[in-house]
Design a protein around this ligand. Structure first.
Ligand code: ADP
Ligand code: MG
Length: 323
């Protein structure tokens, strides 16, 4: 990478920590500009680390707007922190670019800065290389020691919940790929769900004293809930009539769409969690859209999806397989 290109990158990512995303952020001892960053983890807390890579052509179409690529790269990481009920603090960025294009970098850094500011997370370092477009972000957060929520602690008889609505991103992607036809209006509603998912950070934090187990839905509800079931050695009954669906997804189902889409399509970045029935009132009182969709059973690993009328659904293969 030429010196001029390096200056360009330095300009966009060093500018990053000027206000409003100031470097006065919690615990930054040394930010961008040295060989490595130094941070201080709040007393009595564990550091929570997560990393995700987005590759052009695999995780997003190459012509996706740069703001959306940046948003999604950070959002998927924040979603993993949300799924640990962690408070996000900082992140690092490894950027591989085919060439340094000022317009692209300007838009990319804007998308990144907007979401970083929304959740008060600071960019504290990274690396920049030339090659096929790929973005790796490592996000750092913290949780009070003793308040860890994992995939392993679901108990038989727990209620099962999801935040928001599911299937929106999957239906948008299917429409983009020409597999389904949607009205322009429904497409306008659904596209932001695919391109700019909102990490459920506040929901995750609110669940700290309520959830037994927690996961984010990146590979589809059925696949991600199955991770909880396997790691907790319980089963689940889901009532299909109770799935929280947006108006466009409902319309598409009424016109003959397949109900397995909202169960198996990825990229929603909602949270799925289990909690004791004793927590129902407290969960209902939270200021978020949260829907109870079923309960866990003692039958380890078994996921049963039923309509209220007793009819059952057999799911096709779940989750995206990279290899
Ligand atoms: P080194 O050769 O020591 O790895 P670099 O030139 O890669 O140094 O990085 C110089 C500084 O710029 C470091 O503080 C690094 O964290 C930061 N940096 C480089 N690329 C990025 C990026 N894409 N985003 C944020 N910070 C970056
Ligand atoms: Mg480097």
């Amino acid at each position: 990478m030429s010196l001029a290109e390096f200056h360009l990158i330095d300009y966009y990512f060093n500018a990053f920590n000027r206000p409003p995303c100031a470097q006065s952020q919690t615990g930054i001892v040394l930010g961008i500009g040295d060989d490595a960053a130094i941070v201080e983890v709040p007393a009595g807390h564990h550091l929570v680390l997560t990393i995700d890579t987005l590759v052009a052509g695999v995780h997003f179409p190459p012509d996706t707007p740069p703001e959306a690529i940046a948003h999604k790269a950070l959002a998927v990481n924040l979603s993993d922190l949300a799924a640990m009920a962690a408070q996000p603090l900082w992140f690092t960025l490894a950027l591989t670019l085919p060439h340094a294009d000022a317009n692209w970098l300007q838009a990319f850094s804007q998308g990144l800065r907007r979401l970083a500011h929304q959740y008060q997370v600071a960019l504290i370092g990274g690396d920049t290389t030339r090659g096929p477009l790929s973005i790796t972000i490592q996000a750092h957060g913290c949780i009070p020691a003793g308040q860890v929520i994992t995939r392993r602690q679901a108990q038989a008889g727990d209620d099962i919940y999801v935040t928001g609505t599911i299937g929106d991103a999957g239906l948008a992607l299917a429409a983009l790929q020409g597999r389904v036809a949607l009205s322009a209006q429904d497409m306008n509603t659904l596209l932001p769900r695919l391109h700019t998912p909102q990490p459920r950070i506040l929901e995750g934090l609110a669940l700290r004293h309520l959830a037994h187990s927690l996961i984010d839905i990146s590979d589809g509800l059925a696949a991600d809930l199955s991770h909880i079931l396997q790691q907790s050695q319980v089963g689940a009954h889901i009532t299909l009539d109770q799935l929280p669906l947006s108006a466009p997804v409902k319309r598409w189902l009424q016109q003959g769409g397949d109900v397995s889409l909202p169960l198996t399509a990825g990229d929603d970045y909602e949270l799925c969690f289990t909690a004791s029935p004793n927590a129902r009132e407290a969960i209902a009182a939270l200021p978020f859209r949260i829907t109870r969709i079923g309960h866990t059973t003692p039958h380890a690993g078994e996921l049963l999806c039923r309509w209220a009328n007793g009819q059952t659904l057999t799911l096709p293969q779940m989750g995206y397989q990279h290899f």
